[in-house]
Ligand binder design. Sequence first.
Ligand code: NAD
Length: 356
Amino acid sequence: MEILEQMGAEGHEQLVMVSDAGSGLKAIIAIHDTTLGPACGGTRIWPYKSEQEAIRDALRLSRAMTYKAAAADLPLGGGKGVIIADSHTEKTEALVRAYGRFVDTLGGRYLTTTDVGSTGRDMEYIKQETDYVVGLPINSGGSGDTSIMTGLGVYMGMKACAKEAWGMESLTGKTVAVQGFGKVATHVVQHLMKEDAVVVVTDVFGDALDRARDMGLTVVKPDDIYGVDCDIFSPCALGGVINPKTIPQLRCKVVAGGANNQLLSDADGEELHHLGIVYGPDYIVNSGGIINAEAEIGRKYNPDRAREKTERIYETTERVIAISKIEEIPTAKAADRLAEDRLKSVRGIRRVYRPT
Ligand code: NAD
């Protein structure tokens, strides 16, 4: 499909291509939908093989941000920035600051933050060029590491799914199989341990596994995590892990984790629904990070407010499950319905004339 045709079909507003020869910057900023507020989403720094691949990723990720912010009841739209570079070898202060200048030219239509390949330090560089940046480190007046609230939100979403599966939100004694033991998973597991859940983890990095063993967790090989006899499977590493190859291996009643885009396709959401496995939709349960960053916009960051809003992921997940039951649709579809209904209702507010 042609790019403008795709943008029209998926409701995208704007796509900005930016280049700065001096710093070597090649970047794309996609603004999907600003019905609810300024487009917000991280800047991904990744060595895309082609411009087409980078554009596709920016469009896809910006749309996902619209849905995530809408379902989380935030006054934000969806956007995403991608810089075509290897963050390990090509990221420089000049490159990141050049990018910040282009973010500034959008006048607040797009607010950037961290994503794969970009860090709090990069946001500090961007802040030197524009005010349209969130997710700054705490000691720079920002909201800091997003994975803390993301972990809390995943845990709250998991509890709401447990209530549906077993009639009780308690996770005491439940076995949770966690795929990936990185930043988000570590925070999820801390909450689980406080509640005396039994945790089994896997990772592809030896250091992460050593950390898990030090915490007294059971460790399994990466390919064995799907078949662990557990109550809850929690994908906290990669996307696409719920697919026709893995679903038959699952022994759980609930799937809820931090990873983005867990379902390989819509059909996998249908299959979980058909099997009676309660799926906490990824962008609902992992929205703690964006909720945390939003708490920094236009006011001094207040961790209590961010925490209180993140805890509401429990109610949001319950609402999604209720829509799924009433409409007899998978929870992933019910989440989209919740987000689309909010967008539609706000779009429907009548314009009123205001003399200037
Ligand atoms: P991270 O890099 O700290 O952790 C990911 C972990 O997964 C790493 O330890 C990595 O070794 C492991 N991993 C990679 N491939 C694996 C495999 N095949 N099997 C097992 N383990 C594997 O990242 P993170 O910040 O914890 O994010 C985890 C997921 O959550 C990502 O999908 C991310 O997009 C998503 N997410 C993160 C946030 C946040 O606030 N950090 C917010 C929303 C969504």
